[in-house]
Design a protein around this ligand. Structure first.
Ligand SMILES: CC(C)(COP(=O)(O)OP(=O)(O)OC[C@H]1O[C@@H](n2cnc3c(N)ncnc32)[C@H](O)[C@@H]1OP(=O)(O)O)[C@@H](O)C(=O)NCCC(=O)NCCS
Length: 373
């Protein structure tokens, strides 16, 4: 079996950002207009959103988006991303490539050193050709590429696959690319979810190291684990059968076919499952949460992470132990935990351990036990 290391990590955070206040102002303007219409037609009025609630309930203060144009316009509330011709680089591949190139530079290797590309994200802009193959072609990688989808656990699940393929010798160097353009599928008119998400792309190079060879400043992957249990509490019904379910097939119906979640149910169920998973996975290695120098947790909700950590440690744990990026980036789906890792590992001492753990739709949980070399 090969030893496996994450030799490079790259992130791409889009420049454009939206504060809670800006988001809520646009939402509430739309609600005022919609309620005027409803008053006239006898419909139930909608409730307004509130930035203080958002910070209290989720910890999110700001989010970045790939394209700002259109999102805050109450007449549209969807980013305006012009379609591209089939022979142009696709939007999502381009976003992922920005992070991928940084990960390759960080690893000190070229695209043709890669022999497998996995594009793992909660939303892929098309089913085929796989985005991974487009990325493979752009960087000049050898071998193969395929896409993976496991909601917010997509990158952790890809790491699980990559680790085991490299460990077994099936591939030498795997590039995982996670471009998350959630703004494109988020219903900015849904009070329950409009504030949660943000866009970000991340990438990791996962490679074999020679026997005994250590690369200073890089994280060795000691083990990975994946867990899933079916739940409808976070769901999108958008897909190729939507049109076939409509009488009028001239326009694809988006209402009811965007991201929806029963947030408080997810909160309770995933907090319990996440805690059990973390304690169980570490116990398999004779470890407890206290042995971890760092936790790079999924970045969905600050209270949820605080609760998982409190259950694990028996007391509150600060951001040095478990860094938080969701306050400035929102929930960037599968990218969030990797952004936290990218920004918070270089100060770790050789031999120190950390746990990457993502959770989300499915339900799904994925983790990697890492050791600084
Ligand atoms: C989404 C989330 C932030 C909502 O927080 P919450 O405390 O669970 O909020 P609830 O849905 O229970 O709603 C509480 C109250 O706030 C209100 N509320 C909901 N959205 C609101 C908004 N945008 N502005 C103001 N009030 C709002 C609700 O109407 C409810 O009011 P009520 O008590 O009068 O009925 C939280 O549940 C969460 O983050 N869940 C986990 C999501 C997750 O991890 N997903 C993983 C997949 S990526």
């Amino acid at each position: 079996m090969n030893r496996v290391v994450i030799s490079g990590v790259g992130t791409e955070i889009p420049q454009a950002s939206i504060s809670n206040e800006e988001l809520v102002a646009s939402f509430n303007l739309w609600v005022d207009r919609e309620n005027e219409r409803r008053r006239a037609t006898g419909g139930d009025p909608l409730q307004k959103s509130d930035s203080e609630f958002i910070v209290y309930a989720s910890g999110v203060r700001n989010r970045h988006v790939l394209v700002l144009d259109g999102i805050l316009d109450p007449d549209r509330m969807t980013p305006r991303i012009p379609p591209r011709a089939d022979d142009e680089l696709s939007v999502e591949a381009e976003f992922g490539l920005a992070a991928a190139r940084r990960a390759l530079d960080h690893a000190g290797i070229a695209g043709n050193d890669i022999d497998l590309v996995i594009c793992a994200a909660s939303h892929q802009q098309r089913p085929y050709p796989a985005l991974a193959i487009e990325i493979q072609s752009e960087i000049g990688a050898k071998g193969a590429g395929f896409d993976m989808n496991l909601g917010c656990s997509s990158a952790a699940a890809a790491l699980h696959v990559a680790f085991n393929l490299v460990r077994a010798g099936a591939h030498r160097r795997v590039l995982i690319v996670t471009p998350e353009i959630i703004s494109g599928h988020l219903n900015f008119r849904d009070r329950q979810t409009h504030f949660i998400f943000g866009d970000a792309a991340v990438a990791m190079v996962v490679e074999a190291t020679g026997e005994g060879e250590a690369r200073a400043g890089r994280l060795e992957v000691l083990d990975t684990r994946s867990w899933t249990q079916f739940s409808n509490a976070i769901r999108t019904n958008f897909g190729f059968l939507v049109r076939a379910g409509q009488e009028d097939t001239s326009v694809v119906q988006m209402e009811g076919n965007m991201i929806k979640q029963v947030g408080n149910k997810v909160f309770k169920e995933v907090t319990v499952a996440g805690h059990r998973f973390i304690v169980g996975f570490l116990a398999e290695h004779g470890l407890t949460p206290k042995d971890m120098r760092r936790f790079w947790l999924h970045q969905a909700n600050a209270r949820m992470n605080a609760m998982i950590l409190k259950l694990a440690f028996g007391h509150e744990v600060g951001h040095d132990r478990a860094p938080m990026v969701l306050d400035r980036l929102g929930n960037t789906a599968a990218a969030g935990a990797i952004v936290a890792l990218s920004e918070n590992h270089e100060d770790m001492q050789p031999g120190e351990l950390g746990l990457l753990c993502a959770f989300g739709a499915g339900y799904s949980i994925g983790a990697a036990l890492l050791r600084m070399q």
